[in-house]
Every structure is written in C-alpha cells, then in structure tokens.
Design a protein around this ligand. Structure first.
Ligand code: PRT
Ligand code: ZN
Length: 287
C-alpha cells in the first residue's frame, strides 16, 4: 500500500541545515524531540525528515528514496541529475567563481587555456570551459581548494564564494563569476497524487512565509490633500487602506511594501507630507 507521508531530505549538518529547519518551523511544521536522528516525523503534518549529506540529496530525490529535498543549486548541477526545481528558497546564496593568485594578470577567460584549475566541482567547471571553448586541465580536489595555487598544485581555482574573505586570505582574486546559487526545493518527477497534494500544501506555506519575509507592513499619517500622491507610491497587495484620523483633514494609510522599495521611497513619502511612519514585520502573506 502506498504510504501517504511526504519524505523531505535535508542537510544533516552544515550551512543549509539550520535555515532548512527554520523554514519548516515558520511554515508551522512542528518537529519535536529533534536530536539528529536519521529519520523523524513531523508532529502536525504528514511529513518526515531525512537528514543526510547535501551531496546525496539529488540522488536520493531522483531515486525516490526521498520525495523532495532542500539543497544548493550548485550541488544539483554538479550531480548532473534531472530534477524539478519547485521553489527558490532565498538562503544559502553564493556564487561559483574562478580565482587566481592576486599578482597574476587576467584579461579574459582565454587566459585559462592550458592552465591547471583545481575544484570540487569538476562537472560544472568542465561544462563552463567547453561552452566557452577553453582547453584547460581540471583537477578534482575534495576540500581546501583555495590553498592549491599557493603550493603550486594549480594555477587557478573554481570554488564557491560568498563574502570573498577566504579568497583574500589565501592571496587570490576572483576573476570570473560562472554562476549564482541558492538553496532550492526539489522534487522527484513521479510523485503520487496524494504526495503531490502534500507538496502543494507545504509549498503554499513556504510561499506565504517567504513573501512575508521580503515585505513590511507600513502605517503612516498624511494630510488628505497628499493622499493621492502617497497612495500612488504605495500600491500594496490590492490597494492601501485609508482611514480618517480623529484630527480633521488627516488620514492614516496602511499597506504592504517590499523592504527594498521602502528604502527607495521613504524620502519621497516624507516630501509628499507623510508623518509618523511605522514599519512592522509581517509573519505570513497569503495573496
Ligand atoms: O557535509 P555536507 O556534504 O552536507 O556539507 P558541505 O560541507 O558539502 O557543504 P556546506 O555545509 O559547507 O555548504 C552547503 C551549501 O551552502 C553549499 O553547497 C552552497 O550551496 C551553500 N553555500 C553558501 C556555501 C557558501 N555559501 C560558502 N561560503 N558553501 C560553501 N561556502 C564556502 C566557500 O567555499 C568558502 O571556502 O565557505 C568558504 C567561505 O566563503 P567566503 O567567500 O565567505 O569566505
Ligand atoms: Zn557536501
């Protein structure tokens, strides 16, 4: 008989582990007695979590050992598996770049012809090099790729970069960004109808949480004659709510605004006459 529990593979330990659990928690999925077991069932949802190394997640999901997974796009690409990306999750953001010793010159990727490049991601690098007709030697190294130029094991490296401080402290400079990556939700291609339904429910919650994260609730007071100008700047989910203040000639405007948008518009709002601006976090948004 087909079991009606959706199995989600997440990273057991590492950069994505905390954020993955945090996302589930904010989506209202409770996981009690969590103590790094391999497999654990959620308390209030037909979901079980499988904790594994991130490199194993694409294969587990492709083979149906897990139904869905949370993993970095870089890991999926390197695995070469054909998996459905269901949703970008907004954490684990990084880029994959080529770096060389900081004193070496670099004009274009043509300078890599004939060079030795060390990486943990040979498949992505080889694809990139062949797409650009660059003939270079790719060397697989399982860790600490950034030290290889210093010990003359390689002329260049291809690795994950986020702040760039690892490159700098190893005397390297980033010369070419090959791709950008973040954590994504992936799914097996042959989910049963009942599992698809569970996935839809989880996805609905994840979207509500992630939408809310990027948005703020904004309240402000404005003289009635500025209302039109101000509401044009604040489209909101549908349109702003406008309520009269106890003082004649003034209104309170409530709406939702993206965090970035807020910083771009704040000056214009003030110039248009907005006062007493409050910005509050939102827990969930269902549009
Ligand atoms: O044990 P397991 O195999 O599960 O974990 P792992 O060691 O393979 O992966 P982990 O936990 O290090 O990273 C998991 C995922 O996080 C990666 O696959 C990426 O998708 C994402 N990610 C985001 C990163 C980084 N940022 C990152 N900065 N992965 C690795 N790094 C490394 C980078 O290679 C560099 O050496 O962190 C170092 C510091 O980076 P800077 O540029 O901030 O100095
Ligand atoms: Zn890994």
């Amino acid at each position: 008989m087909e079991t009606n529990i959706l199995r989600l593979a997440i990273q057991k330990k590492g950069r994505l582990a905390d954020n993955s659990l945090e996302l589930l928690k904010s989506a209202g999925i409770r996981i009690d007695n969590y103590s790094q077991q391999l497999l654990i069932k959620a308390n209030n949802f037909d979901l079980e979590l499988l904790f594994i190394r991130d490199d194993d997640i694409p294969e587990y999901v492709q083979d149906g050992i897990a139904d869905i997974g949370i993993v970095g796009e870089n890991v999926i690409l390197e695995s070469g598996k054909q998996l459905k990306t269901i949703e970008k999750l907004g954490f684990g953001k990084c880029r994959m770049s080529i770096a060389i010793p900081k004193m070496d010159s670099f004009n274009s990727i043509k300078d890599l012809v004939g060079k030795n490049i060390a990486t943990t991601y040979p498949k992505i690098l080889n694809n990139y090099l062949s797409a650009n007709n660059i003939n270079a030697k790719v060397h697989y190294i399982s860790g600490s790729v950034e030290i290889t130029p210093n010990i003359n094991l390689a002329d260049a490296i291809f690795d994950i970069v986020s702040t760039g401080s690892t490159l700098i402290s190893n005397g390297l400079k980033e010369v070419e960004t090959v791709l950008k990556s973040e954590a994504v939700l992936i799914s097996n291609n042959n989910l049963s109808e009942s599992k698809k339904l569970l996935l839809e429910q989880i996805l609905f919650r994840i979207r509500a949480v992630n939408q809310a994260k990027n948005n703020k609730y904004i309240l402000l007071n404005a003289p009635n004659e500025s209302l039109q100008k101000i509401t044009e700047m604040l489209p909101g989910v549908k349109s702003p709510t406008i309520m009269p203040l106890a003082i004649e000639g003034w209104s309170s405007v409530h709406t939702v605004i993206s965090e970035d948008d807020f910083w771009n518009k704040i000056e214009n709002l003030k110039n248009a006459g907005a006062q007493g601006i409050l910005v509050l976090p939102i827990e969930k948004i269902i549009v």
